[in-house]
Ligand binder design. Sequence first.
Ligand code: IVH
Length: 677
Amino acid sequence: MSDRDDDKAQARAAWLRDEINRHNYHYYVLDDPIIPDSEYDRLLHELQTLEAEHPELITPDSPTQRVGASPLEAFEEVRHRVPMLSLENAFSDEEVVDFDRRVRERLEVEQEIVYAAEPKMDGLAISLRYVKGLLVQAATRGDGTRGEDVTQNVRTIQSVPLRLLADDWPEILEVRGEIYMPRSGFERLNLQARKRGEKGFANPRNAAAGSLRQLDHRVTARRPLAMFCYGFGELSGVDLAPSYSESIHRLSRWGLRVSPELKTVNGVDGCFDYHRRLAGRRENLDYDIDGVVFKVDSLEQQRVLGFVSRAPRWAVARKFPAQEEMTRLLAIDVQVGRTGALTPVARLEPVTVAGVTVTNATLHNAEEIQRKDIRIGDWVIVRRAGDVIPQVVRVVPERRPPDARVFRMPDKCPVCGSEVIKDADGVVLRCSGGLYCPAQRREAIKHFASRRAMDIEGLGNKLVEQLVEQQLVSSPADIYQLDRETLAGLERMGEKSARNLIQALERSKSTTLARFLFALGIREVGEATAHALAAHFGSLEAIRQADVEALQAVSDVGPVVAEHLVTFFRQPHNLEVIEKLLAAGIHWPAVERPTAERQPLKGKSFVLTGTLSRPRSQIKEALQVLGAKVTGSVSSKTDYVVAGSDAGSKLEKAERLGLEILGEAGLDRLLGTAGER
Ligand code: IVH
């Protein structure tokens, strides 16, 4: 090959490296890809081919070199030139006030301090060392002075640049930050582990730690790890900027990932406000945080304040209440759901978790109990996050009492005594009693009356339980036969509530086909599927007569759902109930079937963010009916972002990208005009 060709290959390789690094940055750091995945793959493949033909062109910072060859025997020790410190904790607002007072006293200032506020990530601290823009070392915190060399592993993390972008970085740049596993990746990883019959990790933090401390970095490479930067170690030359927040923003220009939640706030009030807002969004973030960190923003003020023992005087971590607590598991009960599924439920010694008393936790199914080796009498770690049902995370084996008992699922339904059968998936156990089983009957009626189904105001769970127990109703059709006298005679019911309920029953008769279908409680037919079926077939009769094949023409319907539908409409009992309901006067307007012209939002993509006044599922459905697509993350391809109150990083990103942002009023206008056309 001629020198000219070699030069050309070299230039092409350099160009490809830069180009791929640039796209990595857009994809992993900014979360905003600018080319399709296929195009990215093409560039990477071209570089791989070129490097295979010209091995001399391979550079250590080439994007093909994230995963190298052999595993390590052990991690080498690394001495941190600038120690990695810890943070002082504050567990109440008062402690933040105290912290702020101490800061102002030491600085001898009266006016409000400017703080940089950011999430306290629940992961592992890491130090990255860049020399002349190249990543040369990554080390864990260890005891703060000595950590472990995990360079090979950290190189596999896509949001960590192997080479910094631009060229105005200091010759030596040590960056500190947190390595964590996004919740979505954690769920996926555990699902895969379970499929292989392995145990999985207890939480994202353990998963991140376990993944980073792999001697074989090829294992790490397959784990979804990410990093946010929040500090500095050794720096050659001067400070990057006069303030912490500006210095962090410089990092992002060099391709390092920083938290989109980083803000500057004024004084303690600003801190309180930030803490409150982030606490409110804690569940919606894709990563675990255990608090917020406030740092004096001015680097000059930080220098004056200095350190006490292992922590800086200029920072404090305001912790959130713990979401996990330990308690005793007293018993395991088995509940029977609407579709007969048996769910084991842990009865717990009452314990306060994040401010709420927890006495029950779902155990999901027998497999889960076995996998976690949960026994009656065990001490367990219980987790409650937001509105999610409390979960048993794991047992505390050191505390297992000698008389702890292994639990077995019953082979007869605990409510009606019918045979229990295993689903085709081999996991879910079901009572075969169908509507013979009082528990299934009760749950079916609760579902029928619920807000998103027939929306019968005043017919709550407690009342349904009473009605079924006293054998006043045994199917949804029976509730329309109830009269005022009967109702008024029930416990906790008076004349007035009886009258109101009769009126609510009347009102509920005027509904939509989609709601009615959903209310019937056919297995796997949720709101979205019910809508899709109604829109596709236009009438109940058409759905009833459709065979498995015809049903699968609906976008939302696969073979399993189609089978459930056909089975449901084959049961004489179900047809009888439907007949009675229609005879009682339930009706709906004719369904307008969307045609291409009736999908005015076809091809438009929407992202919903923040707190909205209606359930997201409802808005999503309304948009989907008009042909729109609703996705989870904002990118330049998003057409509209619907922002409710307290919208956070997605809104910011939408603003940054100059996307169209709608409030709820704007959304309603859009739905209104689009729906009319
Ligand atoms: S700053 C000199 N900022 O918390 C201060 N730490 O309790 C050094 N952490 O070891 C830490 N999020 O692993 C800082 N935004 C954040 C953080 C954070 C999480 C962790 C870090 C550190 C520990 C100290």
